[in-house]
Design a protein around this ligand. Structure first.
Ligand code: FES
Length: 297
């Protein structure tokens, strides 16, 4: 197994996964999602641009009146492909940056990337699509929050998400490298709050604290199996992107069963629904219906 990536919590076994959903599977899943009452679809990855049928998927989402968001690294994107997606009905583009200077961004990404990402940001605006910039904060990026805000303003971003690393997955064993000081987080948060006030009405700025500094438990996924269904590239339906880390749960695939069947009746989706599964002190806490006992993964 390769050494843990210093920042990414994606699984490392993608090369063992060969059964990507087909185009017709994806179009069926979108139809089943719409029939379940789902109103928006986030196309994420991996990297959604690696699918050559992305236009078909976006076009079907549009036909079903689902709000479609393309969460991308921007790396395999061309202006032509993004234009075709805008034409097909794409609604929004969140773009990830690893940092805001070429040397630092490219070092963390492990490949030349910032120039391409900035081009994608400009194409997004040129095609009239809302642009969100996502920057993960950790010890190396926390001091650059003011530069990130300036870059987002320059690009005309509609939203800037400055999200602290959450110490799950690979981030947990790498926390000695990643974790900033509490003072650095407080300083960055103050800068973000000042910019949010200054830019109100022009750009939303979201600053997400790491869970260990938050006052309250995070209502992770807004409740297990309540609002979100994650579909992996190889067709597993999950209540959370990280659910496959839970030991002993057999997850079901959309090639074998309908989305409604899995969402309503599968063991995994019902594992942490409601409050019956909770132990004390969550079970008798008056916030149990608000924070749902925090993060299960
Ligand atoms: Fe899965 Fe929090 S990451 S419930």
């Amino acid at each position: 197994m390769p050494a843990p990536s210093p920042r990414c919590s994606n699984p490392l076994d993608w090369t063992t996964r060969r059964d990507a959903l087909t185009t017709s599977d994806w179009l069926r899943v979108l139809r089943e999602a719409e029939a379940l009452g789902i109103v928006s679809v986030n196309l994420s990855g991996g990297e959604p641009f690696l699918r050559q049928d992305l236009d078909d998927i976006v076009r079907e989402a549009k036909r079903l009146d689902l709000f479609s968001t393309l969460i991308t690294s921007g790396l395999p994107c061309t202006g032509q492909r993004l234009g075709a997606l805008a034409e097909a009905g794409l609604d929004a583009v969140p773009l990830s940056l690893q940092d805001v200077t070429e040397a630092r961004c490219d070092r963390i990404a492990g490949t030349p990337s910032l120039r391409q990402k900035l081009a994608v940001a400009r194409w997004t605006k040129a095609f009239g699509l809302p642009l969100t910039l996502n920057i993960v904060l950790h010890r190396a990026t926390m001091p650059h929050v003011d530069a990130a805000i300036a870059l987002a303003e320059e690009l005309g971003a509609d939203r800037l998400e400055l999200a602290d690393t959450q110490y799950l997955g690979w981030a947990l064993p790498n926390r000695a490298t990643l974790m900033p000081s509490a003072q650095a987080i407080a300083a960055a948060r103050t800068l973000a709050q000042a910019a949010r006030d200054r830019l109100r009405g022009r750009m939303d700025i979201l600053f997400v604290l790491p869970d260990y500094l938050a006052d309250r438990l995070r209502p992770c996924m807004d409740g297990w199996g309540e609002r979100f269904i994650v579909v992996t590239p190889d067709g597993f339906a999950l209540p959370c992107h990280a659910a496959q880390v839970l030991p002993g749960v057999v997850w079901e695939k959309l090639t074998d069963k309908a989305l409604a069947d899995i969402g309503h009746h599968s063991v995994g989706f019902n594992l942490y629904r409601g409050t019956d599964w909770m132990r004390e002190p969550c079970r008798s806490c008056d916030r149990r219906a608000k924070d749902h006992g925090g993060c299960r993964c």
